[in-house]
Design a protein around this ligand. Sequence first.
Ligand code: GN1
Ligand code: MG
Length: 379
Amino acid sequence: MNTFNICANFGIETITAHEIKTGIINNTFVVTDKSGKKYILQEINSNVFKDVDGLMNNIELVTEYLKDQIARDGGDTQRETLTLIKNANNDRPYYKVRDDNGKEHYFRMYDYIANASTYDEASEKYLFEAGKGFGKFQRQLDGFDASGLIESIPDFHNTRKRLETFISSLDKAYKEKDAEYIADAYPCIKYALKHADIANVIMDALQTGRIPTRVVHNDTKLNNVMLDNDTNKALCVIDLDTIMPGSMLFDYGDAIRSGANAGLEDDVNLKNVYLDKNKFEAYTRGFVSEMAPIMTDSEAKMLAQSPIVLTYELGLRFLTDYLDGNKYFKCDLTRPKHNLERAKAQFTLTQDLIKNYSYMNKFASEIFNEYKLDSSKQK
Ligand code: GN1
Ligand code: MG
């Protein structure tokens, strides 16, 4: 597929294109036109997102709403959220094309946000800002009417369903894969089954109404928030593909999973993988400082449980993809067991988070009380 032709279908004459390799779902490029203006071009993974029209409508609704909120607060609507570009027919915010084999490909373009960066790992100072960025994002969406949103991936953070899917993939793998392929995964399989109770923690609280359903981001990996290069403050939350109703705990938990891991998400040296307490504290402070005014006591009480749930869940997802033959997540082709390595790292982190639960719980509740008190003073 020719990047330059695709950009032309958005009315943009591009002269350079560079791939950005951080996401593991979509394909992303920075492209530049003749005048030097930059854009983001993305091929949407339509194996993962089955209803691209609905997905893009979600992103339009959310970014329009955010732009109103940002303008109301006196912010910069061009830099503090994403700006979609319509296709050259000006009828949709994406472009669809069929390849020679008849497969459909979907592309979208955004304005490029200059002088801002994302980080796969970052210092405590940046984690504090990232926490504020995701917290503020969620607060800005507090009044957003979710009835127009589709579920871009149904049951995305339904950990119980993720566990069921894992068990059926395991059954299938026993029938279809050779014994060695499964034996390699055995320690992970054992871990997943032994800790199955974790899958109920947030789902029970949501389903019984103990915690509220909110509109949340659902993919708060550290590199999904941009920091301004001059101020080093959070500027713009990106990757809006999974904005759907869910729990605030999904966003907090996934951010700790990704930002406060001392190692890499797919670290092969498992000694590197543990909770970095300083990073945990910095992110928690940033996030809670923004969210305390709207966070309920029940949500606050569950903060420390959420990284355990979200890390376990991603471990299950990587392991399931390994058992399915690596169809969902993009893998490093030089690492045939990449998904299994990812699962091992996630379960190693899960175990360390379980070990640190009391500490995390004490810290999170102190911070919540501190900021809750502050916000009630300001009322
Ligand atoms: C995927 O594309 P990216 O890297 O932002 C995934 C997340 C995982 C993450 C793990 C739609 O996000 O759920 O937490 O990889 N997104 C989807 O790296 O499945
Ligand atoms: Mg994503």
